[in-house]
Design a protein around this ligand. Structure first.
Ligand code: PLP
Length: 424
């Protein structure tokens, strides 16, 4: 697509945007310092869909009107409430419905899944992460190693970008696995790298892991609702994601997990059990013995927090209505516009470190011109009511999301970035 550096060009794209109607279904933050909001931070916390607020209110009403009967005797009984997220999760992740479940929060799910899939032996016990892994994933992997009597300093292996660059190369991961010579038990890697926005080659990672005989777990926090996924076919052993970033389900909302169905029918895996992983048909007979539920639901422990699940269900409904193929098509055009505008207006001063061929909606900007104080620039953007996010040491992450952002938001971002630059 040929882009133009004019507001009318952006407005014209907005007029022809078949997804534009979704914008009105979201609540945007307040006007500040006289400026309308430019919100490009869906990678950190997605905006609130009005439907989410409605769904939460409905469950508050059900609780008020039905009390304990809400578990069984309403249109949407709480006993099976988590299943209302199943179809949507399966669609967004390219999984079978039996392979996904809504439960807990992301880091909790990583631990629960590692309890099943990180089962080290004396000869195969190392965990591979990437060198800029999200801290929670790193801490989770380190503590799993320690729990099993291993030493994170020695046994946590890092896949790093090549000297000074920020891009990860799958060849380097292959080399690590070869060098480690059968001692790696688990690859715990993201679908989209949170800092650079690079989309990793998930099918290649899954193949490498399989060939090397290790378990593969994908953290899809920045991938779900952002890029197309085909988990069943790629066949990682497990995956987990949160729902408050691109899925717009609100702070701390219930997360999701995937367990490939090759593991679900064998009965070979151990998992930590609770009553919600018990077969639903006989759960309330309160027996002493445990009858496993089928599929990913076996990993559930507790009855889920309905009020944090309701917004997830609302959000999945919106994604279903918009459809990932259209969202991804718009995302490519819109982020392409952003990258083009940055290059056109700020070349040499501000640059994207996100690989153009392997990105979702996020681009990560670094200030190359050393006379510009990047942190001050970020603060100045905030004062102009532009919401992006800052990651130490010098990255500004900008994520126009196709559900509620417009091409005009992107153009306005470039305008205010220019203003911020002249003001500092
Ligand atoms: C956002 C994010 C998390 C956050 O974990 P929570 O358990 O939801 O607090 C963890 N890992 C990655 C890769 C993330 O992007």
């Amino acid at each position: 697509m040929n882009y133009e550096n004019r507001r009318e060009f952006a407005l014209d794209l907005d007029k022809r945007d078949s997804l534009a109607r979704f914008r009105d279904q979201f609540n945007f933050p307040r006007k500040r310092n006289g400026h309308e909001p430019v919100y490009l931070c869906g990678n950190s916390l997605g905006l609130q869909p009005e439907l989410a607020a409605q769904f939460v209110r409905e469950e508050l009403d059900n609780w008020a009107h039905y009390a304990v009967d809400g578990h069984f005797n309403t249109d949407r009984p709480w006993i099976s409430f988590h299943r209302r997220a199943t179809q949507g999760f399966a669609q967004l992740t390219g999984a079978k419905p039996s392979e996904v479940v809504a439960m807990n929060t992301l880091t909790v799910n990583l631990h629960l899944l590692m309890a099943s899939f990180y089962r080290p032996s004396a000869s195969r016990y190392k965990i591979v992460i990437e060198s800029d892994a999200f801290p929670s994933d790193r801490y989770a992997a380190m503590s799993q190693l320690r729990m099993q009597g291993f030493d994170p300093d020695r046994d946590l292996i890092e896949w790093s970008p090549r000297g000074g660059a920020s891009e990860l190369h799958v060849d380097d991961l292959a080399n690590i696995l070869e060098r480690q010579n059968g001692s790696v038990a688990l690859l715990l890697l993201p679908g989209v790298q949170y800092y650079t926005g690079q989309v990793l080659d998930m099918p290649a990672i899954c193949n490498l892991g399989r060939e090397a005989g290790c378990a593969v777990g994908l953290d899809l926090a920045h991938a779900i609702g952002n890029v197309e996924l085909a988990l069943h076919d790629w066949a990682p052993d497990f995956a987990a994601w949160c729902t408050y970033k691109y899925l717009n389900a609100g702070p701390g909302a219930i997360a999701g997990a995937f367990i490939h169905d090759k593991h679900c029918s064998t009965g070979n895996l151990e998992q930590l059990h609770g009553w919600w992983g018990h077969d639903e048909a006989t759960r309330f007979k309160m027996r002493r013995s445990f009858t496993p539920a089928k599929g990913a639901e076996l990993w559930q422990l507790s009855n889920p927090p309905i009020l944090s699940l309701a917004p997830v269900i609302a959000s999945l409904e919106i994604f279903g209505a918009a459809g990932m193929p259209d969202l991804v098509a718009k995302s490519k055009r819109m982020t392409g516009f952003l990258a083009w505008l940055i290059d056109e207006r700020f070349r040499g001063r501000i640059e994207s470190i996100t690989p153009a061929e392997d990105r979702g909606c996020q681009i990560s900007l670094v200030v190359r011109d050393k006379s510009i104080d990047a942190a001050a620039l970020f603060d100045r953007l905030g004062a102009l009511n532009v919401t992006t996010d800052w990651r130490e040491p010098d990255v500004i992450r900008v994520a126009p999301v196709p559900l509620y952002n417009s091409y005009s938001d992107v153009f306005e971002f470039a305008e205010r970035l220019q203003q911020a630059l002249t003001a500092i």
